[in-house]
Design a protein around this ligand. Sequence first.
Ligand code: AMP
Ligand code: ZN
Length: 113
Amino acid sequence: MDNCLFCKIIAGEIPSTKVYEDEYVYAFRDINPQAPVHILVVPKQHICCTRKIDETNSVYVAKCFEAIAKIAKAEGLDNGYRVINNCGEDGGQTVMHLHFHLLGGVSLGEKMI
Ligand code: AMP
Ligand code: ZN
């Protein structure tokens, strides 16, 4: 997708700190971390947001969550972690390429984020 920041990161056109990659998923450290571990887990197919998940592309979502389990283990998040998705304007999404925030390395408590 032209002009999509995360598509450019996946393509290597914009640098990122990669932590995981497979056929379906690219994961890298958030540039503005909100926790000691803050990783963005992104499908390699351009899907703008959760509103556009359907039976043709949901394998990418499943693969993102398989990756999250692997990354969390590799990052030592044995005590737990949080996965967040922001969708659309009201959801606070700023990059319109579906992504899941993996946050951990600290007790996040029971607040929203
Ligand atoms: P969201 O607000 O859910 O759309 O999340 C977008 C996230 O992308 C934010 O947490 C940003 O800090 C992060 N971000 C923006 N640009 C970059 C970048 N070049 N490399 C890594 N993370 C980025
Ligand atoms: Zn994209």
